[in-house]
Design a binder for this molecule. Sequence first.
Ligand code: ARG
Length: 569
Amino acid sequence: MNYKQWLAEQLAGQLEGVTLETIEELIEYPPNPQMGDLSLPCFKLSKQLRKAPQAIAEELKAKWVAGDSVQRVDAVSGYFNVFLNPAQFASEVITEVLKKGERYGSQELGKGKNIVIDFSSPNIAKTFHIGHLRSTVIGKALYNIFEFMGYNSVGVNHLGDWGTQFGKLIVAYKLWGEQSKVEAEGIDELQRLYVKFHDEADTKPELEDEARAWFVKLEQGDAEAEKLWRWFVEISLKEFHKMYDLLGVTFDSYAGESFYNDKMAAILDELKAKKLLEEDEGALLVRLDDYNMPPALMVKKDGGTLYHTRDVTAAIYRKNTYDFEKAIYVTDAGQSLHFQQWFKVIELMGHDWAKQLQHVPFGKVSLEGAKLSTRKGNVIHLEELLAKAIEKTREIIEEKNPNMENKDEVARKVGVGAIIFNDLSNNRIKDIVFSWDEALNFEGETGPYVQYTHARACSVLRKAGVEGDKPEAAAIDAELLTNAEAQGVVRELYLFKERVEQAMHKLEPSIVSRYLVDLAQSFNRFYHECPILVDDQAVRAARLALVQSVRITLKNGLRLIGLEAPEKI
Ligand code: ARG
């Protein structure tokens, strides 16, 4: 049952000229349950209705037709407040959660529609850093959320596997590299070679010319250049896959930048034919002065293509391949201009689907004042971060629960969960100053707290002998769930569906993570106030049904944002 919609339908006839949608949009959930379960702020209608807010509220109250769903209504300070019948509310919500199980909260909004999500997209031979972690975690959560809302998500890893840096890397490897060392140390060694190239090139500019020449060879399909490039890609992917396996992330496509090598010429021709390309000192660009943006550079003086060229080509390829409803790009906010520029290029080419392209920026991560720069190699290694989180979880388990089975597995699920959740606990656009203490803090509003609450619910159900997903829901006496703590939980359970939908519309997974903390907190209040495994069988059954509903909803929510939900911690 959608209560906002239902209430809007009840009120629509009484508010002349106000549409159902407007009413539904205005209805709020009062933060304080003493103000009711639902509330219409009438001051937002007083201009249109030319009436004082309190008068509108009073009128709604006077005309209200009593029914089973509502206990009472009230008009207070310009608000029309509705108090639901608590037993019916509890019964309805619990029945729905238990009936839908792992589908509870899901919808069919996007049936038959594709959403392409470009996320993670690290660069070959460069460290997978915390910015890529953010993109991976946010992108994956959005992927799951869209799927849960009925869309078909297509996850694309637009690997940075092409560009002049490969010329530099080849030169550096040939001059200073050793095969065995690269094999043993992987990206770290490649990165060192790359940094060394830049250090040396400061005094020996001819190195830059050599690098350019090697990149041209690579572009022309020279066997040696291509063999080295493939090897760099392979070594890097092996490491990225270690991260992805730990994080539980998969992609539907790994078409990286190089995938578009043979597809750009046609796009450049099209740009030319549409008179969008302008020559400027030997380079080709699309002028965007009219839109207050610097030009989008498409071909360099030396004939090389650019990040822009590849993104324009990739978008057209994706539209043709997936006929997407929306294509989203999850990167740090520093790339906003880049996306605005090439989205405009697509629009100027006459593609009306340009408006289906959306950049989903997130805030930068800084490390206590230091700048995260790949060139200097001054980065937080994600591998190290995850390893530390797992190790710390392992220590806590060893201390608190030394006899636990599958310690390693649980440590991995909780440690990795802590890192993912930490990343998703603020609005994505907020800049983050990375702190080890915070990332490894498991107290308070964290992933481990939510996971622990889930495990606590599992433990109660285990002790009660409740097996599988469904206790007998139908038989519960919901009158036994009308106390404040139980109602607090019911209210949170009810909100899940709406929160997930909001998270989708705003492309903001933190709405789900914050919701999970609220649900966990309300459950823990209930758990402390209301003993569950009591002798009174009716009370026990009702409370167990609520616990089961919480377990299901926490698990669904955790899964959406990419966390596992171990049953024992
Ligand atoms: N490889 C880029 C980086 O590491 C991100 C690519 C994002 N996707 C895209 N289609 N531009 O910053």
